[in-house]
Design a protein around this ligand. Structure first.
Ligand SMILES: [Fe+2]
Length: 113
């Protein structure tokens, strides 16, 4: 199973699998965008354009964080990997307590509580 154990039994596994596939594709796109903006920043001499592209690049980094959190809410295995990431201190781990209070739940994404 590609997505791990779903949080809610009321949501069809196929919906979750498709959602995770799309979110992972979205995540790849955000990461590629960061690299592309950085390459352009590194090759442009105009300071004003560099500043603007840097701002956009940083927005893409925010999107990476948001999508990563969203994936961790849906994919139980991924969430477990983030929560037990031995390379980060417990309070720095993705999905650690207090970090994702405003992230939608599986139920809210499908019109449920
Ligand atoms: Fe983005």
């Amino acid at each position: 199973m590609a997505y791990g154990k779903p949080e809610s039994g009321s949501v069809q596994a196929t919906q979750l699998e498709q959602l995770l596939i799309w979110l992972r594709e979205d995540l790849m796109g955000e990461l590629q965008a960061i690299n592309q903006y950085q390459a352009h920043i590194d090759n442009i001499d105009n300071a004003e354009i560099k500043d603007l592209l840097s701002h956009i690049r940083d927005d893409e980094k925010e999107h990476v964080a948001e999508i990563t959190h969203l994936i961790s809410r849906i994919d139980a295995i991924q969430r477990d990997k983030f929560l037990n990431d031995h390379t980060a201190a417990p309070e720095e781990r993705v999905g650690s307590e207090g970090q994702d209070d405003k992230i939608p739940t599986i139920g809210s994404m499908f019109g449920q509580k």
